[in-house]
Design a binder for this molecule. Structure first.
Ligand code: PGA
Length: 224
């Protein structure tokens, strides 16, 4: 059985101390979780990535660390930007093309294409978010996450997509995604998580709100 991915997208939530206490609390509960059939990727904000990685190692937590964005540029005079090469050794994954970045930072496909190229050069695996079956999937994407904007809990209507429709979208994009893992994201919670995990072509989930507290996150992990 291939492992299902549980990707926690923390967005701009949590301070330094919140990140540490989450990981400490997760350590207390991780023994309840079957790690043979899943992988956990936690994506905190940039300032906490190194610390989250160090803390996870110190606690021997079976998690990987991901970033939520990356610059379209290489290292250089780009104030406020974080280059993909600066993430090397800290993260294994980066989320690119999230619909919140499209809406609030006005990211367009050409930005996404450049960001994915920079991440590939740095050998950081890309989780590319797409919004529907017509979104462009870039060759450099390692994993593709289908997240209809309306389904995102704090962004759209918070109406999760149905497993049937997700399956339909996955098959519509299969010609371009090939054998790359496909994730679903948008209002995943304890009640609906099983129905998504049961979709055979669904390799995992991108989880926002329900990943912010250890208890709610673990309750999802315990469903698989
Ligand atoms: P949500 O967020 O689970 O809170 O809907 C998912 C996401 O935006 O990645």
């Amino acid at each position: 059985m291939t492992k299902k991915l549980f990707v926690a997208n923390w967005k701009s939530h949590k301070t330094n101390t919140d990140v540490i206490s989450f990981l400490e609390k997760l350590k207390e509960r991780i023994h309840e979780v079957n790690m043979d059939n899943k992988e956990i990727i936690i994506c905190p904000s940039f300032p906490f990535l190194s610390q989250a990685k160090a803390k996870a190692e110190e606690l021997s937590l079976p998690i990987r660390i991901g970033a939520q964005n990356v610059s379209n540029y290489d290292e250089g005079a780009y104030t406020g930007e974080v280059a993909a090469s600066q993430l090397v050794g800290i993260v294994e994954y980066v989320i690119i093309g999230h619909s919140e970045r499209k809406r609030y930072q006005h990211e367009v496909d050409s930005d996404i294409e450049q960001k994915i190229a920079r991440a590939k050069e740095a050998r950081v695996s890309v989780i590319q978010c797409i919004q529907d079956e017509n979104s462009r999937v870039f060759e450099g994407a390692t994993i593709v996450a289908y997240e209809p904007p309306t389904a995102i809990s704090t962004f759209g209507t918070g109406q999760p997509d149905s497993p049937e429709h997700i399956q339909e979208v996955f098959s519509l994009i299969s010609a371009t995604t090939g054998d790359r893992p496909l994730l679903y994201g948008g209002s995943v919670n304890e009640e609906n998580v099983s129905s998504y995990l049961e979709i055979e072509s669904c390799s995992g989930l991108l989880i926002g709100g329900a990943s912010l507290e250890v208890d709610s996150f673990v309750s999802l992990l315990l469903k698989w």
